[in-house]
Design a binder for this molecule. Sequence first.
Ligand SMILES: [Zn+2]
Length: 97
Amino acid sequence: MIHYTCDRCQRKIETESLRYSVEMKMQAEFDQIDIESQDEDRQLEQMQEILAGLSDTDSEELVDAVFHRLQFDLCNICYHEFKSNPLGVPKVRFSQN
Ligand SMILES: [Zn+2]
């Protein structure tokens, strides 16, 4: 039997309790490339310039720099906490209006 551990609090997730799977996809966006006004060669060139600007990384690191996918298993408690603050922003009291 497979036992899961919560990736956030490291508690063992009992097989009979709920387990939440969280998937994150992070992708670099190149908004400064004006797709409308440029031909594809120029776009590609510009993309390469941007990628080259990401310092001397090898291709694997380069892929990691522009695209990253993570998958977590969360227990019930952590899931709800994560859901309420996915970016881990320090809690600020918002005025309710
Ligand atoms: Zn947890």
